[in-house]
Design a protein around this ligand. Sequence first.
Ligand SMILES: NC(=O)c1ccc[n+]([C@@H]2O[C@H](COP(=O)([O-])OP(=O)(O)OC[C@H]3O[C@@H](n4cnc5c(N)ncnc54)[C@H](O)[C@@H]3O)[C@@H](O)[C@H]2O)c1
Length: 353
Amino acid sequence: MPMFTEDRLRAVTALIVRRMGSDAEETALVADHLVRANLAGHDSHGVGMLPAYVRLLQDGLLVPNQEPETVLDFGALLVLDARRGYGQHMAAESVRRAIERARQTGACVLGMRNSSHIGRVGTYGEQAVAAGMAFIGYVNVADHHDIAAPWGCAEARLGTNPFVTAVPGADGPVLLDMATTTIAAGKARVARNKGVPVPDGCLIDAAGHPTNDPTPFIDDHIGALTAFGRHKGSGLAVMCEIMAGAVAGGQRAGEPNKGGILNSLFAVVIDLARIGGDAAQVLVGVEATKAHIRSSAVAPGFEAILLPGEPERRSAAARRAGGIPVDDRTWEQIREAAGKLGITEAELERANA
Ligand SMILES: NC(=O)c1ccc[n+]([C@@H]2O[C@H](COP(=O)([O-])OP(=O)(O)OC[C@H]3O[C@@H](n4cnc5c(N)ncnc54)[C@H](O)[C@@H]3O)[C@@H](O)[C@H]2O)c1
């Protein structure tokens, strides 16, 4: 399995993104986002997305160098239309504007509609936390076909609809960043590429029965991912769809579209210096809560008590030290995608040298 240092993987990714037509700034942003997703251990949202992005570009469903268009700018409310722009750029720019607004008004309610795939949503939570803000995000995924079955459904009716909440912590953000399906769709893709089954309870087949085989789902869109957490997780998935779609005005699941992956985001960005009076005091409270949780005995079968965001930081430390693995099939798909852009093997090797 190919192993990459962070810098080399970023250089290979940047070569491909630049050749897709992004300017230097957008290229750096997208490459950094994808490599950081791999570092965090979320290979499903890392450089393995590049072949899909090249397909979207060539089908006219992903637009490089876009700027989000203002739909509504009213006090603390900001609604932007990303018009299929490169998601990593569209979401980062929308959150940047929401942070700027929250500094003036104490909080900003952001709707960002119709972006191409925004990747690892936790990245935008980290962006807000770095600016002294808390972040709550509901995201929907409108695709040309639904892939997730809500509680009680034998058929897919939603996307994997991620939910994020982030606040600062002394050793990095407390960052809950999760698909509302039992596993993210990209994890089924990674399993299919590695030729391994998905865990029990993640997937149903065409008749609604449980299955562990990701191949029909990935190759032929047969079956559906299950919502996590029974009726409660399914309810959160439904609310992600409604807040990002019906409320923020993004493309809704089931609405006819031109295809491709569209993400819309409903987010609340809160200035902790205002709501807490003093951001340092909020941090004291966060740390006290973490310490209280960690004061518990570790449950049988667990190695440690981890808080949201910690597994990703552990993964990043391990991968910075030991390298980032990219499985053979994914690397092959990336090379094929690069080839479609006219990038030669020699160019790829130079970027990876
Ligand atoms: N853009 C999109 O359309 C889209 C759609 C779905 C998912 N995603 C992304 O996919 C990524 C993966 O999502 P996922 O649901 O597979 O994540 P996951 O199940 O690996 O982790 C979910 C959350 O649980 C926490 N966690 C994990 N193990 C833990 C443990 N042992 N103890 C305590 N907390 C723990 C993590 O820190 C994380 O906050 C996310 O970054 C998400 O934003 C994006």
